[in-house]
Design a protein around this ligand. Structure first.
Ligand code: FPP
Length: 231
């Protein structure tokens, strides 16, 4: 497996079931992200993508939104930044980043700069991300370029993919969703066209490295034919 996408659901339920504030579930969720990165390095993945905050998540109100941003900023400074240096990680933030706070954007650029010349695994964090918005943004950029070039030739998927936030990354071989629901929630809808899907009842803060090992092993077992006849 080259690229695994993770939908980290269930932080709120994890906290509420313990009589805690929802935010403590997000804080535990951030610790789980660190475990997932370690496991992904052990499994020699090229790329791992975390769905950290969707465009729809802004509906949660200012308090929870800023709470998640502050957990994320702490994770980036204290956990990811040292890992970027130690493990030579590359980092990419995808989404409508202008919707984030200036403080968070500053932390993002610090992490980005630190990983600029690295050649190790790529950690992708989807923030203010929505797949449909990503597609619309890509088409708008593509349209602008084509108007400048007076180009009306047929559009190919390859061309579209060059304008997606994930341009240059391998498409996810597998997507796993934690927290019991079986839906994609606008996560990499085009890129996951050929992905294997895994769903688990486990809430994201309960993630253990063995969960990722198991997904990699299961994935390896699945014979992938891309619509061809099994050979
Ligand atoms: C979904 O759980 C989770 C989120 C909306 C936020 C995920 C954010 C983090 C794990 C924090 C930091 C991120 C990184 C990359 C370190 P939910 O709140 O929807 O859970 P529920 O369905 O139980 O309410």
């Amino acid at each position: 497996m080259r690229h695994l996408g993770i939908i980290m659901d269930g932080n709120g339920r994890w906290a509420v079931s313990r009589g805690q504030e929802r935010l403590s579930g997000h804080a535990e969720g951030a610790k789980a992200v660190a475990r997932a990165i370690e496991a992904a390095l052990e499994c020699r993945l090229e790329c791992i993508t975390f769905y950290a905050f969707s465009t729809e998540n802004f509906k949660r109100g200012v308090q929870e939104t800023l709470g998640i941003f502050s957990v994320l900023a702490g994770f980036l400074e204290n956990t990811l930044l040292p890992l970027v240096k130690e493990k030579k990680l590359r980092v990419r933030f995808i989404g409508d980043l202008k919707r984030l706070t200036p403080e968070l954007l500053e932390t993002l650029s610090k992490v980005n700069v630190a990983g600029l010349n690295n050649t190790g695994m790529t950690v992708v964090i989807a923030l203010a991300y929505g797949g449909r918005e990503e597609i619309a943004t890509a088409f708008n950029m593509l349209l602008e370029r084509r108007l400048i070039n007076l180009d009306a030739s047929p559009i190919t998927y390859d061309e579209i993919s060059r304008y997606l936030y994930t341009a240059g990354l391998p498409e996810p071989d597998a997507v796993v969703r934690f927290g019991g629901y079986k839906r994609l929630s606008n996560f990499l809808p085009l890129q996951s066209a050929y992905s294997e899907f895994f769903f688990t009842e486990k809430l994201w803060p309960d993630f253990q490295k063995e969960d990722l090992y198991k997904i990699c092993a299961e994935y390896q077992k699945i014979k992938r034919n891309f619509g061809d006849i099994p050979k």
